[in-house]
Design a protein around this ligand. Structure first.
Ligand code: GLN
Ligand code: ZN
Length: 814
């Protein structure tokens, strides 16, 4: 290489939580949305947060000068940031972009979005729907899906990344400077995550409608790469020594483009960015760009489809980050790596366990066989997925705390490992001993392994996941429930009013006695039941007023889980969740839901459906153990739920729904792992439900409409009734299920609960008719897409009234 780049720091992280230790960014962003503060005030808060964060990371041991600190801030989402950087604004929002006429604001280059405009893409405006949101790889983080068409504008229109670099490298307060490494979604991943949008006239409701046949966003690669090249030049001019481009698309088989095409795109993109922006071989001089680190978090770069590591090693980038928690590297040399720095992601960015530093050092030692130019220690992914600091959790059990590492502890682990790698084990002996002691204490702690729980799972037999044949069940259930054709129901939750939330919060703070709390919840349940009777629904629910969250509610009551106070993790935009920590063997000390469901049932002669969250979803939305296979943990949770089903039956409840909205989201990124996953996930669901009597009707609910990969699994769940999201896709799933041989109850959602819009009777009638034509009408149920907890009572009541009217009118035609 003709140019010498600043060597990358030997200790780094791929990204850091941006929401703030006390969710400062969330509060600031929401205050500005509400008009309580100005956009300038928001910019100031964000700048202070970035500066404080960068300096905090330096205090934790990351180097201030060698690009160790990632510039990974975002106001909302890193994919939306790339949309803004490129000015790739969908047609319906084009009026938001600047015409380039200077207004004195900071963001005036032609085609750029203001910060307000940026938020509008995320949140929609009037009848303009926002960008769609979907899960980021196999995490619970949601990104916004760019819409890229043949004539979407693409250029380097927004230099926010450069300004953020400069503001930390030359801080206005005259304090300590930090030379960061700006982090961006890589060009190939950006386009692979985009959806094809129509040329200029795509309809607003269906932006993808009208994309020309055969067009794929990847067709715009050269334009995106040109814009990135301009950005890299600007970063180099500002003095940035390194830039990080995230290319997690290289670790998944779930995209719609085969590996060969992805590989070709990577080669083209990085030839342009890495090779063309450097002086020609043999010449000397300065590169027009910073050194490039390409990362491949969330999985293994190598699969049957192809070798992503060899691919990246064959480019002229200066460094490659590999995920060594989820992935592995070959045992021998990789051609091309000898000129590169390998950033070894040995510290888990996606889970909260303290690392066994001794074992990680051994992994790092083994990497010398690859023959890379240098090895730096890193995290496997951005630390976006973990909370800030274990030290902020006064209420966690003190022993449990010593087993955990949140973001700040992980930074310290990375720094320790880098020192150990450079100076030998003795240089970090104290830290290694502490880590070993923590690992040992965890393995031996009471509750981690509970013999009775292990004995019970070990004794399971295939009969435990089998129910009687469906025909027998269906007859017994019909005899008991006596439901009309096209029965109507809801998915479980009713609107969570401000009053309900206040009641729960004051009870949690101890301001409300148990008796007062129970009375308040009962009053709420009674009014929900009365409303459903008045509306004429066939299968009622209690409405879930007592549940803050469908996973946390169960985690708080099950042994083996802990919950945090400040353990917030960004879910999307300003929304954060506090995933429970599943640390030990799971069991159920007492019934979880029976009192509420039984109370609802006591108020009505109609069937009431008990609501449980399924094992896969409980795992998917928690931090899970790393010392037991997921399938084994799922069985433990399933047995707790199985006992709950029994107790509900004992209380006279004849319908039980076990929600599995996360079934698809936990699907592994690599196809080779699908069969194993579907096997344990389906088994655990069946384990939780198969103890039910034949006359107990088992429902499940799945929260998405793209079933492709899991359609067989849905049948495999063997539920008597499956409700699914279907309104936006206009019941598409029903014929798909019928084709796949599914022949039990199916409740395709007849209206979208994500909007306050009230569906008309005609609209619902049309959808019900459509469903009843695509499958045996005797199997069809009528219900909304999902739970109603985010809705208000006014629109909910009207929508359900229309739903019942529509179901009755179609019923009359059967
Ligand atoms: N029973 C839950 C509810 O109605 C289901 C939520 C979900 O599918 N995410 O709120
Ligand atoms: Zn749902």
């Amino acid at each position: 290489m003709a140019v010498e780049f600043t060597p990358l720091s030997p200790a780094t992280i791929l990204g850091y939580p941006r929401i703030g230790r006390r969710r400062e960014l969330k509060r600031a962003v929401e205050a500005s949305w509400a008009g309580r503060t100005t956009i300038d005030e928001l910019e100031t808060t964000a700048r202070d947060l970035r500066l404080a964060t960068a300096r905090h990371l330096v205090d934790l041991g990351l180097d201030a000068e060698t690009a160790a600190v990632p510039g990974s801030f975002s106001f909302y989402d890193q994919v939306l940031d790339a949309v803004a950087l490129l000015g790739a604004v969908p047609e319906r929002f084009r009026d938001l972009v600047s015409t380039g006429v200077s207004t004195g604001s900071t963001n005036e280059s032609e085609g750029a979005l203001s910060l307000e405009g940026y938020f509008t893409l995320a949140r929609g405006e009037g009848d303009k729907p926002p960008l769609e949101m979907t899960k980021w790889f196999d995490t619970n983080y949601h990104y916004l899906v760019p819409e890229i068409g043949p004539d979407t504008p693409i250029g380097f229109v927004d230099d926010r990344v450069v300004r953020e670099f400069t503001e930390l490298a030359h801080p206005a307060d005259g304090g300590h400077a930090v030379v960061t490494r700006p982090v961006l979604v890589g060009p190939v991943t950006f386009l692979l995550l985009s959806k094809a949008a129509g040329p200029s006239r795509g309809s607003q409701a269906h932006p993808a409608a009208g994309a020309p046949d055969g067009f794929h966003p990847l067709d715009r690669l050269d334009d995106v790469v040109d814009a990135y090249a301009d950005l890299l030049r600007a970063l180099a001019a500002a003095g940035a020594p390194w830039v990080q481009l995230d290319e997690p698309a290289l670790v998944t088989d779930l995209l719609d483009v085969p590996f060969d095409e992805v590989a070709d795109a990577v080669r083209r993109a990085y030839a342009r960015l890495a090779t063309d922006l450097s002086p020609a071989a043999g010449a000397t001089g300065t590169a027009e760009r910073p050194a490039i680190l390409v990362t491949a978090p969330y999985g293994d770069l190598r699969s049957e489809a192809g070798d992503g590591l060899a691919l990246l090693a064959g480019t002229d980038v200066e460094a490659i980050a590999v995920d060594l928690v989820r992935g592995a590297v070959p045992a021998g040399p990789v051609p091309g790596l000898e000129t590169k720095t390998l950033v070894a992601g040995v510290i888990d960015g996606h889970n909260i366990w303290r690392a066994d530093l001794d074992a990680r050092l051994a992994t790092l030692d083994g990497l010398s066989a690859l023959g890379s130019g240098a090895v730096a220690v890193g995290t496997s992914t951005s630390l976006l997925h973990v909370p800030h600091d274990v030290g902020d959790e006064p209420r966690l059990d003190p022993d449990l705390k010593t087993w955990l590492a949140f973001a700040d502890q992980k930074v310290a682990e990375v720094v320790t490992l880098a020192t150990g790698l450079a100076a030998g084990r003795t240089a970090v002996a104290g830290a290694l001993d502490e880590s070993t002691a923590a690992v040992r204490s965890r393995a031996q702690a009471p509750g981690v392994v509970v013999p009775e729980v292990r004995d019970r799972t070990a004794a399971l037999t295939p009969a435990d996941v089998e129910r009687a044949p469906y025909a027998e069940r269906a007859a017994a259930q019909q005899a008991r429930l006596g439901l009309p054709p096209l029965p109507t129901t809801t998915i479980g939750s009713f609107p969570q009013t401000a009053e309900i939330r206040r009641t729960r919060a004051s009870w949690a703070r101890g301001e409300l006695s148990d008796a007062e709390y129970t009375a308040a919840m009962r009053a709420e349940i009674a009014s929900t039941v009365a409303l459903q009777e008045e509306l004429g629904l066939d299968v009622l629910v209690h409405g879930e007023p007592e549940r803050n969250d469908m996973v946390q509610y169960f985690a708080e009551q099950l042994d083996g889980f802990a919950t945090t106070v400040h353990g917030w993790v960004q879910s999307y935009g300003s929304r954060c969740v506090r995933p429970p920590i599943l640390w030990g063997d799971v069991s159920r000390p007492a019934p979880l839901t029976v009192e509420w469901t039984a109370y609802a049932a006591s108020l009505t002669g109609r069937p009431v459906k008990g609501m449980l969250t399924g094992p896969v979803t409980i795992l998917a939305w928690s931090f899970v153990r790393d010392d037991l296979p997921l399938g084994d943990t799922a069985d433990q949770v399933a047995l707790a739920l199985r006992d709950e089903v029994r107790d509900l039956e004992g209380a006279g409840v004849g319908v039980v729904q076990v929600d599995e909205p996360a079934l698809r989201e936990l699907l592994p990124l690599r196809r080779s792992a699908h069969a194993g996953y579907l096997d344990w996930s389906v088994r655990s669901f069946r384990l939780s439900t198969a103890g039910a009597d034949i006359a107990t009707q088992v429902h499940t609910h799945l929260c998405y409409s793209e079933f492709g990969q899991v359609i067989g699994a849905i049948d495999g769940l063997d539920a008597d009734v499956t409700s699914v999201e279907a309104a936006r896709s206009r019941m598409e799933i029903v014929p798909e299920l019928a084709d796949a041989g599914y022949a039990r109850g199916i409740g395709p959602g007849v209206y979208d609960i994500h909007s306050p819009r009230v569906p008309s009777v005609e609209e619902v009638t049309e959808l019900v008719t459509l469903a009843a034509k695509s499958i045996d009408p005797r199997l069809v149920w009528v219900n909304p897409d999902c739970g109603l907890k985010t809705r208000g009572y006014a629109e909910t009541t009207e929508s359900l009234r229309n739903l019942v009217t529509a179901a009755r009118s179609v019923r009359a035609t059967l």
